[in-house]
Design a protein around this ligand. Structure first.
Ligand SMILES: [Zn+2]
Length: 212
């Protein structure tokens, strides 16, 4: 299991892709993919509120249409949102036209500034095209909350072990990830709050800053 992205992948993709947020401060960037759903998203929102944490939700257009109130609740609570396509196609297994239309369809629902490709699959050519409009966000740490063979404790261990200053951490807003996510998330937040970290949403301005 590869919790942090392999070096060759970082090397292969252009600089326009963001694997972390450059910062000198103790900040971690939580992200939640594939929602909004109903109960699970609300539960995540209440945990985040409880710890005064901000996060970024990479939403699927179809789910925004199904659950518009949940989407509004995310924004109302001060989190950021990103485009995660209309219905989660794999960018490397579909035609370019189909893929870009699918992203555009989601974009019609909200003026997103961030984009995350489903499965983290994206070609250098797609990066070149999409980075004209979006900040493309991948991740530093994948919790694997969605994997049925992973226990809640293993999921927590993944995120605790590999996260640090500027990390972008992925959880999922999905029923198949629920039991792992709901165990790991509050414990993860508590652990890093005690170490003096803050949890913030991702904004394009922060990505542009150069930290030497
Ligand atoms: Zn996804």
């Amino acid at each position: 299991m590869i919790v942090t992205p392999p070096f060759f992948l970082r090397w292969m993709l252009p600089e326009a892709v963001h694997w972390n947020v450059p910062t000198h401060e103790k900040k971690i960037f939580l992200t939640f993919d594939d929602g909004p759903t109903t109960d699970i998203t609300y539960e995540i929102l209440s945990i985040l509120k409880n710890y005064n944490a901000r996060a970024t939700f990479f939403c699927v257009g179809e789910n925004i249409i199904k659950h518009p109130k949940v989407f509004q609740a995310i924004l109302a609570q001060g989190h950021n949102v990103g485009n995660h396509t209309h219905n989660h196609p794999d960018g490397l297994k579909n035609s370019i036209d189909f893929y870009y239309d699918n992203i555009e369809k989601c974009q019609k629902l909200h003026p997103f500034q961030l984009f995350r490709p489903p499965y983290g699959h994206i070609s250098p050519l797609q990066v070149k095209y999409l980075s004209k409009q979006y900040s493309i966000i991948l991740w530093s740490v994948l919790s694997y909350d969605f994997r049925p063979e992973i226990s809640p404790r293993k999921c927590l261990k993944n995120v605790l072990e590999y996260s640090g200053q500027g990390s972008i951490v992925v959880f999922h807003d999905l029923s198949k990830a629920y039991s792992n996510m709901i165990f790991a998330l509050p414990r993860f937040i508590e652990h890093f709050l005690l170490k003096g970290y803050a949890f913030e949403a991702i904004y394009p301005e922060a990505l542009a800053s150069k930290v030497g």
